[in-house]
Design a protein around this ligand. Structure first.
Ligand code: ZN
Length: 241
């Protein structure tokens, strides 16, 4: 069986090297995410960070990536546009992409979806309850009908996204807000999943159900096909004109 090659990308800014974050993710969230993905025998997960040359996303890296996972927050504007264009081109040609948490304001997210990604937020360590809306969806397999994350940043509707292909999860927060927390899209040949959980000062990526959702989403987003070009071919007629 062909394995799924995953690149876990993290902006890995100074805020993610502070004690509150390092206590939870000693080597960074990208390492924790890659570690749990690599427990699945069908996945090979590597990592890249913004500080690497070309943000760690050179052409040869993306050409060898089936699914890219994106975590960014404070440094969205520092991502070079040529790298963003390279990422979105690969998605349109077939690479899957998973946007986590605050990646709703990342350049690739907004470029692929064509909307603002705006939402309401509040950092109060509230209890989140994540509900499965589509129990038959591949991303929901092995995930309870609902589960709680004791401390999470609150995100709230309205969420500035196009109508999703599927709303797999919605979340409720103890302050009263609700949010479409797990949504899918497709752009040309590429599958896209956005998942809300994962504020950096809470141990969300150690939660077994969150890990299951992200692992499932990698398998769902793996390319069905990858095409080399999206140019418009000049075509020969099939019938006598
Ligand atoms: Zn956050």
């Amino acid at each position: 069986m062909k394995k799924i090659n995953v690149t876990v990308w993290n902006e890995y800014g100074d805020d993610q090297k502070e004690k509150a974050v390092k206590d939870i993710y000693p080597h960074g969230m990208h390492i924790t995410i890659a570690e749990f993905l690599n427990k699945d025998e069908s996945i090979i997960a590597k990592t890249a960070v913004m500080q690497d040359a070309e943000h760690g996303l050179k052409e040869e890296v993306l050409a060898d990536t089936d699914v890219l996972i994106w975590w960014g927050h404070m440094l969205h504007d520092n991502v070079e546009d040529y790298v963003v264009n390279r990422v979105t081109d690969h998605v349109r040609r077939g690479m899957g992409i998973i946007f986590l948490h605050s990646a709703h304001k990342s350049k690739p997210f907004m470029q692929l979806l064509g909307t603002s990604g705006s939402l309401g937020w509040r950092e109060a360590g509230e209890r989140a309850r994540i509900w499965t809306c589509e129990p038959s969806h591949p991303i929901a397999q092995g995930v309870p009908n609902q589960f709680a994350v004791e401390n999470e940043e609150t995100y709230s509707e309205p969420f500035g996204i196009p109508q999703p292909l599927e709303t797999v999860f919605i979340s409720w927060f103890s302050g009263g807000n609700v949010f479409r927390s797990g949504v899918t899209f497709q752009r040309e040949n590429g599958r896209i999943f956005y998942f809300q959980s994962g504020h950096e000062t809470y141990p969300v990526y150690h939660n077994e159900h969150v890990q299951k959702i992200i692992t499932n989403s990698v398998k769902w987003a793996a390319p069905v096909i990858k095409v080399n070009s999206l140019d418009c071919p000049n075509i020969q007629q099939l019938e006598k004109i």
